[in-house]
Design a protein around this ligand. Structure first.
Ligand SMILES: *Cc1c(COP(=O)(O)O)cnc(C)c1O
Length: 399
């Protein structure tokens, strides 16, 4: 089969109007209009019944005792770390979004980055165990929606007597061996920002079985003020508004449909690129469920013929957006270089080889197939594509 000439070599771009990385899947506005109008008419824009409804609905879905809605996952993580009194090293991955580490720093802690597994980029329990000496907490990210190895990580932390915090920003709807993410560790924190699967516009959810921790986060999202204006600690304003909670409730109601569709799209994509050498689709462990917050591929430059960033540029010529989630890894970002880190060879390797092309819950089969076909065509012409990039006028920053 020949898939035609890639746009970067002069072929017709497959998506002249552009295929963006993410589009939140929202219901028809009419569906929300009544609920939003009710909020506006009530005059209660914050601290109202919609936030409580959202918290109850998520707690029930996950089977977790406490859910506290906050203004973002970042703020939720900050409040959790503050409540846990994290003042020393926190063992955590560098192969994650920067906010995982920022929250630790804001709470007065210090990230101690360790390596991840080469298959899914999840925190490696062996590496974490070896770094726990003197640490005050452990944190892992359910990357792209693939659940972290929670049994091993929870056991390690219990043995060391430290709390575990999961950055579950990608994972509302993920399951580890049949158990919903949200039930593990000391707390799990979800994001409802527009690039995630359940969206509120902006928002986060803290899930925990620990009543005292939930109470501290509740207080912390409200300046540390229990209502008597005698604040107990320096909290934040990290409340979720009623308008955001209304959007989130609607989005949550359609989560199962979105999860099914995303799983279908990932399998369709994997089938579409099955014959392409040097390209691997990241999936969760057998028996786990991923939200597939991202469709992530690993590119082996020797077998594929191009490195991940080169493939990204060739896709851009087709009108197809992509991101290198996560490059640079946190320990190599300017905010953290002075902080120092042990060598993280697996993290560095993954960061150089991953690429996330577009995925959203209402992506059509046709769009998905066009994307897969573009990758097949780019692979078939890899030497010429590389020649184009290394030739005159090419940007050296792609290497
Ligand atoms: C999006 C994201 C966050 C931050 O979530 P916000 O709700 O935007 O604060 C944190 N961690 C990871 C892994 C993320 O992808």
């Amino acid at each position: 089969m020949t898939a035609g000439l890639p746009a970067i070599l002069g072929g017709a771009a497959r998506f002249p109007e552009g295929l963006p990385l993410v589009r939140p899947t929202l219901g028809p506005p009419e569906r929300l209009a009544g609920d939003l109008e009710a909020v506006i008419r009530s005059g209660m824009l914050t601290n109202g019944p919609q936030v409580r409804r959202l918290e109850e609905a998520v707690a029930e879905r996950l089977g977790v005792a406490h859910v506290v809605a906050v203004s973002s996952c970042t703020a939720g993580l900050m409040l959790v770390y503050q409540a846990l009194g994290v003042r020393g090293p926190v063992v955590m991955p560098s192969f994650t979004f920067s906010a995982s580490a920022h929250a630790v720093v804001w709470a007065g802690g210090s990230p101690r980055f360790v390596d991840v597994d080469a298959e899914r980029g999840l925190l490696d329990p062996t590496a974490a165990g070896a770094a726990l000496d003197g640490a005050v907490a452990l944190s892992a990210t359910h990357l792209y929606g693939s659940p972290a190895p929670v049994e091993a990580l929870d056991a390690l932390a219990a043995a060391a007597g430290v709390p575990v915090v999961y950055d579950a920003a990608h994972a509302l709807g993920s399951e580890r061996r049949g158990i919903p993410v949200g039930r593990f560790g000391s707390a799990e924190v979800f994001s409802l920002s527009p690039t995630k699967v359940v969206v509120a516009g902006e928002g986060g959810l803290v899930a925990t079985a620990d009543g005292a921790l939930a109470e501290a986060v509740r207080l912390g999202r409200d300046y540390g003020n229990p209502g008597d204006y005698d604040t107990r600690f320096a909290g934040l304003n990290a409340r979720m508004s009623e308008l955001h909670a209304t959007l989130a409730l609607d989005s949550l109601g359609r989560l199962d449909g979105h999860l099914a569709r995303r799983g279908e799209l990932v399998e369709r994509f994997a089938a579409g690129v099955a014959d392409v050498e040097g390209l691997h689709v990241v999936r969760p462990e057998e028996g786990d469920r991923s939200t597939f917050k991202d469709l992530t591929i690993r590119v082996d430059p020797d077998r594929f013929g191009l490195a991940a960033p080169e493939l990204g540029l060739a896709l851009r010529a087709e009108g197809i957006d992509s991101r290198r989630y996560y490059h640079p890894p946190v320990h190599r970002q300017r905010a953290y270089v002075a902080h120092g880190s042990a060598a993280l060879p697996v993290t560095d390797h993954l960061a150089s080889s991953v690429l996330s092309p577009p995925l959203w819950s209402h992506l059509t089969d046709e769009q998905l197939d066009g994307m897969a076909a573009a990758i097949v065509a780019i692979h078939e012409h890899a030497p010429a594509v590389r020649g184009r990039m290394t030739g005159a006028g090419a940007s050296p920053s792609v290497r």
